[in-house]
Design a protein around this ligand. Structure first.
Ligand SMILES: *Cc1c(COP(=O)(O)O)cnc(C)c1O
Length: 484
């Protein structure tokens, strides 16, 4: 050991670190192997919350001790989406392969903003695979991002560039009366994207949906016509492929036609639903997605890549460069050496330093293969149909929305249903048996089960149903007693 290295953060005793590292890896394998035996979720006791209020130490603490703290205060009180009983929101379950790949990426510590190195080629390869899945042309490109919220923002910005030209980067939108269109069932991140871009969410026309929660294309045509007659400038149409609340898919071919006729950028929010493209019995539902100008989707939902990993895919990458690249830098890059390989990922989005998210996606796709991933996606849809059938044959329960993909919205039939059903969902979560979430559909509170996790099976659906019935019955009894 030389004193030249005394400021390094590396250990002096690598053998000791190795042992500790292997222990940490084993602890995570144990967690995943035995996850079924744990509660899905449990509330944090106040003592645990308080433990996060301590001032930071000046001196070092042994890695083993910090790891023990993690095992005691963090791991048992995490959100629970790795558990097969987790059905809330739309959360992926992660996978052991993704976890290992994430560790490798952290060890490598590549900055994937730019320069000429293999991690960038690997990201380009992932984009290339996506291009073939969605039958996009050779002009297509894309960028791996944190998630669909960021991908939607990039989509909105490219739509602005397509309508106003790249000069709008300098001029802003100059009070041009841009208008955009999406359904009432669209994710909030689209509204936020209009807010962040300065276009303003008032420019977003919320088009009603039909009984299947799909954007009503006649209402869309009427809204566009009214805006044009008023001298406004329609620029963007957002279609959803798999809505967050019920899993509905907008009529994509019709939307593509309208977008083309009206010269609108056609962006598809396919956060989880777009990956049904891998499932042979579901992919037909996505017909028309290949006509999109851009698609936003998440790898961290249905293909179970650990958080976070989303992507923006664009039919013609020129719009992405026109929106983000500073031509002064990207046209003048080196042709050899580490500073070659232009354009760089930083020319395709707002981030410069970027983590090597592509590695966990690449490992997941290669190790499991698209056939197995597609079958896993199909299986979650089958489980949703199973849940739907059980609801329909259980008199105490009522289905509240059609089941297109993997999301089932239902409720316990009773008086005061909103209050009782909200109570049931909290009781389910606190019981540790299952963790659905809620949504509101046509004024009613629904219990919402989004079956995303690859570990979920029929027994988890049965457990959700049995516990829903038990908590529903209990809630009614205790309500009656309260009223006496
Ligand atoms: C989850 C989701 C989003 C947001 O994606 P993040 O990855 O959480 O940013 C957007 N749209 C839909 C339809 C979603 O399901």
């Amino acid at each position: 050991m030389s004193d030249r290295f005394e400021n390094s953060l590396d250990p002096t005793d690598w053998a000791h670190l190795r042992r500790q590292g292997h222990q940490m890896l084993d602890d995570m394998f144990d967690y995943l192997e035995h996850i079924r035996e744990q509660a899905v979720w449990q509330p944090q006791p106040q003592t645990i919350r308080d433990s996060f209020q301590h001032a930071l130490n000046d001196g070092p603490i042994d890695l083993a001790d910090v790891h023990t703290l993690f095992m005691q205060t963090v791991l048992p009180y995490s959100v629970g989406n790795a558990h097969p009983g987790f059905m809330g929101w739309v959360h992926g379950g992660g996978s052991p392969v993704g976890m290992l790949a994430e560790m490798l990426a952290a060890g490598l510590n590549a900055n994937v903003g730019g320069r000429d190195h293999a991690p960038i080629e690997l990201e380009r390869q992932v984009i290339q695979w996506l291009r073939t899945w969605f039958a996009f042309p050779d002009t297509a490109g894309g960028l791996i991002v944190s998630g669909t919220s960021m991908a939607n923002l990039i989509g909105v910005l490219m739509a602005r560039t397509a309508k106003l030209g790249s000069a709008s980067r300098q001029t802003g939108i100059l009070k041009l009366p841009l208008t955009a269109y999406c359904s009432a069932n669209t994710h909030i991140s689209i509204t936020q994207a209009l807010e962040i871009t300065g276009i303003g969410s008032q420019a977003l026309r919320i088009i009603p949906v039909n009984a299947d929660y799909q954007l009503d294309s006649d209402a869309l045509r009427a809204s566009i016509a009214a805006d044009k007659a008023a001298g406004l400038c329609p620029f963007l149409l957002v279609g959803t492929a798999g809505s967050a609340d019920v899993g509905a898919i907008d009529p994509l071919p019709r939307l593509a036609t309208i977008a083309q006729q009206e010269q609108l950028w056609f962006h598809v929010d396919g956060a989880f639903g777009a990956l049904a493209i891998l499932a042979s019995d579901q992919s037909h539902r996505l017909a028309g997605i290949e006509c999109a100008d851009s698609i936003a989707l998440d790898f961290h939902k249905w293909v179970q890549v650990p958080y976070d990993a989303g992507v923006i895919l664009v039919r013609n990458q020129a719009y992405q460069l026109d929106t983000f690249a500073s031509s002064a830098s990207y046209l003048q890059r080196e042709t050899r050496g580490l500073a070659a390989g232009s354009p760089w990922p930083c020319d395709l989005g707002p981030e410069l330093s970027r983590s090597f998210r592509a590695l966990k996606i690449w490992f997941t796709l290669k190790v499991y293969g698209t056939v197995q991933l597609g079958q896993m996606i199909s299986h979650t849809c089958e489980l949703a149909q199973y849940l739907k059938q059980r609801i329909e044959t259980t008199p105490q329960l009522e289905l509240l929305a059609p089941v297109t993909l993997n999301i089932v919205c239902f409720r316990y039939r009773c008086d005061n249903a909103d209050k009782i059903n909200a109570h049931i969902v909290i009781a389910l979560q606190e019981s540790g048996i299952a963790a659905p979430s809620t949504t509101r559909l046509q004024g009613h509170l629904a219990i919402r089960a989004a079956i995303v996790n690859h570990r979920t099976s029929h027994c988890d659906i049965d457990a959700l149903l049995n516990a829903t019935l038990a908590f529903g019955e209990q809630a009614i009894i205790s309500q009656t007693q309260d009223n006496l």
